[in-house]
Design a protein around this ligand. Structure first.
Ligand code: PHE
Length: 464
């Protein structure tokens, strides 16, 4: 086995870096939306069950494969089974695609952090503020390139000196910021024009109460699929990132503990994001005010912050700084997995590889950032939503490739190789592989079926 030259210093460094990858915009702008849409507490229960079963299975597999092979996706799958190298290549392509737009989103967030830092909370709350920003041919490009450059710089500095250092600072701070905003959100109270008073606590109850009204089998399945696709995007599995990060974990680290801690961190921040966002939106806009994705973060929330009065500027600053931390640590992991794969394929060193990739992705980010102005076009995706450049990249990587990769990898581990391959790695160093029996059942029977259904549904081949 080839000796790795770079590693995380220990368990904490690895867990925070992996949590840094896992906690991203998905936690902030998609989880709260899904929870509000999919029956509040009902969604939360389903999500938590999936975290402990399905998420656990995929995350365990990725990390164990990485540490066992000491390689990134392409090399790792090739080593597992030479005929399955194609799966490694497919997996490698996910971050390759995601990297084209993730820094652009990071740029948007950075722009908003600047807006709040310079006290322009009320301009950001204007109706067409976000649209006029992203359709401008200059500003989104500048911020996107800045974000990309910072990401590349950290990856250039290496695993321990770059990624781990940044994660060890940003992840704890992120957690504190999210807790502060969540507490503030719970204390909110507002009376609207009709004299209705709504409180943060009511919003919180709306969030955690399971709503069973109108629950049909179809709706239940829809919630299940929503939770599932959210979960594996959120855990950064099935895209090779956790394989790469796993390959930097020292042999004496207990992977069982690490997997649980990463899941705990990621789910904790998602739950807290709900406490931070749902009550605030509820107090100022009622239950219909929840948007998703960019429209939640850049349109609805700025209105909510504006309605908070002077405090809104402070909350806005804290929120967008935490969003920068969440996005930057994810963006780093995406670039790192591309760099790591390329270093293995081309036998180049980190610095040169990072520099070349940085140049390529600076250009790609600029193109994507211009997808709302110079390169604007519009297509309808198989799932019915309308999309431009960024959405297309997002759709192909998350809705088509990731479920397919997860499906193929469960077949490879469960049937072609053996779950023992992963179990042995989890037990290395004499540790006990907790939930081992469940892992076997999940990887062989449950996960492949679930992934197949998700793949068919998200590609539009199966409609519900
Ligand atoms: N897991 C991150 C989130 O929840 C997103 C992400 C996607 C991170 C792709 C890395 C790569 O938002």
């Amino acid at each position: 086995m080839e000796k790795k030259t770079s590693n995380f210093s220990g368990q904490l460094g690895f867990v925070l870096a992996a949590a840094g990858s896992a906690v991203g915009v998905g936690n902030l702008w998609r989880f709260p939306y899904l929870a509000a849409k999919d029956g509040g507490g009902l969604f939360l229960i389903i999500y938590l069950v999936l975290v402990l079963t399905f998420g656990f299975t995929l995350l365990t597999s990725d990390i164990a494969i990485g540490r066992k092979t000491q390689k990134s996706a392409i090399g790792a799958y090739e080593e597992m089974h030479p005929k399955w190298k194609f799966l490694g290549v497919l997996t490698f392509l996910v971050p390759v695609l995601i990297m084209t737009y993730y820094a652009v989103i990071g740029g948007w967030i950075t722009k908003y952090a600047c807006v709040y830092l310079t006290g322009q909370a009320s301009s950001a709350a204007q109706d067409d503020y976000f649209t006029s920003f992203i359709t401008s041919p200059v500003s989104p490009v500048v911020f996107g390139l800045l974000f990309m450059a910072v990401t590349a710089f950290i990856v250039y500095k290496g695993v321990e000196g770059g990624i781990e250092k940044v994660s060890k600072f940003m992840m704890p701070v992120l957690l504190v910021l999210v807790v502060i905003i969540a507490i503030y959100s719970l204390t909110l109270k507002h009376e609207d024009a009709d004299g209705n008073v709504r409180t943060g606590l009511q919003g919180f109850l709306y969030y955690i109460t399971p709503h069973f009204e109108g629950l049909t089998v179809e709706r239940f399945l829809q919630i299940l699929l929503d939770a599932m696709s959210q979960l594996f995007f959120s855990l950064s599995v099935s895209m090779g990132i956790m394989i790469t990060y796993g390959s930097y974990v020292k042999p004496e680290v207990d992977l069982n503990k690490s997997v649980s801690q990463v899941e705990f961190f990621d789910t904790g921040v998602a739950l807290l994001a709900g406490v931070m966002i749902i009550p605030a939106v509820f107090v100022f806009s009622g239950t219909d005010g929840m948007g998703v994705g960019p429209s939640l973060m850049f349109v609805s929330l700025p209105k909510v912050f504006d309605a908070m009065g002077p405090a809104g500027t402070v909350v806005g600053v804290l929120f967008f700084i935490s969003a920068i931390f969440a996005t930057l640590t994810s963006c780093i992991s995406v670039l790192e997995s591309i760099v790591a794969n390329c270093m293995e394929i081309f036998h180049t060193d980190r610095k040169k590889t990072t520099l070349v990739l940085a140049l390529i992705y600076l250009a790609a980010s600029a193109v994507i950032a211009l997808g709302y102005s110079v390169f604007y076009f519009n297509v309808t995706l198989p799932n019915g939503s309308s999309a431009q450049l960024l959405d297309i990249m997002d759709y192909v990587s998350n809705s088509v490739m990731m479920p397919l990769i997860a499906l193929l990898s469960t077949i490879l581990i469960g049937w072609v190789k053996s779950p023992k391959y992963v179990a042995d790695e989890m037990e290395r160093g004499g540790y006990k592989f907790r939930r081992k029996r469940m892992y076997y059942v999940m990887i062989r029977y449950v996960a492949p079926v679930m992934m197949l259904v998700l793949f068919l549904q998200s590609t539009g081949l199966l409609s519900m």
